[in-house]
Design a protein around this ligand. Structure first.
Ligand SMILES: NC(=O)c1ccc[n+]([C@@H]2O[C@H](COP(=O)([O-])OP(=O)(O)OC[C@H]3O[C@@H](n4cnc5c(N)ncnc54)[C@H](OP(=O)(O)O)[C@@H]3O)[C@@H](O)[C@H]2O)c1
Length: 253
């Protein structure tokens, strides 16, 4: 269990859900881990729960000044890093006609623009041979009503990652994307629905997943952990779907 020994990893949005589960797995495999999040209390609590050598920094992925502050902190604290998991993201839903410019900007600023410039700011600190993973969603391809902006924000990440894989190949930096399906994390509650409504959404999603359940954050963490490891050393520019079979065509039976 020391596949990531002597590796330093940055995880954006690591105080909750998939980011937190991945921090746990990276630490178990011997890495040093820095997580970010917007809420100082949540970041601090997560660092405490993760234990040494986890660290945290409050940084809003949608704010370039925070991202620059993160890069400066990482440079002074670690010098170089080996793994960048760009995971922070939000979900918001609205029919096309109901999308406001505020909603559009909020989703794009965090999920795409913020992710893009986080990679750009931290890239000079990434060792040659390092690894970047972006957390995207099956929404990039699913055509799910109510997700025009969310889907576009994630599809933009996928396009960026594919291109970046080519640009960074000379430095042997690998860039991959995970297209997650429904995963049981606090994300659903954060879209502003009641506990009961969140339960109903979970049940509806579960009913359409061939494997009959939602994914677990630890299952996505295992995939991230594989992609950043030496076992995946010939894998770059790839997209990996983890969705219990949801994207297999439901109309053919
Ligand atoms: N759960 C799913 O079904 C699912 C499906 C497909 C894709 N995903 C993707 O998976 C990623 C992780 O989501 P999750 O399901 O683990 O949800 P989560 O538990 O809500 O975790 C999201 C993390 O991102 C952080 N975050 C959000 N906005 C941020 C910002 N502007 N700056 C810094 N940190 C920010 C959150 O921290 P704070 O809010 O405390 O700042 C939290 O740590 C997201 O990119 C999401 O789009 C999730």
């Amino acid at each position: 269990m020391d596949q990531l020994r002597n590796k330093t990893a940055i995880i954006t949005g690591g105080n909750s859900g998939i980011g937190y589960a991945t921090a746990t797995e990276f630490l178990a495999k011997g890495a040093r881990v820095l997580i970010t999040g917007r809420n100082p209390g949540a970041v601090q609590r997560a660092v405490h729960a993760l234990g040494f050598p986890a660290e945290g920094l409050t940084a809003d992925q949608s704010k370039l000044e925070d991202t620059k502050k993160l890069a400066e902190y990482v440079r002074s604290r670690y010098g170089k890093i080996d793994i960048l998991f760009i995971n922070a993201g939000i979900a918001k839903f609205a029919p096309f006609e109901g999308v406001t410019t505020e909603m559009f900007d909020e989703i794009i600023d965090i999920n795409f623009k913020g992710a893009f410039f986080t990679a750009q700011q931290l890239l000079p600190l990434l060792n040659d041979g390092g690894s970047i993973v972006f957390l995207s969603a099956i929404n990039a391809y699913a055509g799910m009503p109510g997700t025009t902006v969310l889907a576009a924000s994630k599809a933009a990440l996928n396009a960026t990652a594919r291109t970046l894989a080519r640009e960074l190949a000379p430095r042997k930096i690998r860039v991959n994307v995970i297209n997650a399906g429904p995963v049981d994390t606090p994300l659903i509650e954060k879209i502003g629905v009641s506990h009961e409504e969140a339960g109903a959404i979970r049940s509806k999603m579960t009913a359409s997943i061939p494997l009959g359940r939602l994914g677990e954050a630890t299952e996505v963490a295992s995939l991230v952990s594989f992609l950043v490891s030496d076992e995946a050393r010939f894998i770059t520019g790839g997209e990996y779907t983890i969705d219990g079979g949801l994207m297999v065509h439901p109309g053919i039976s």
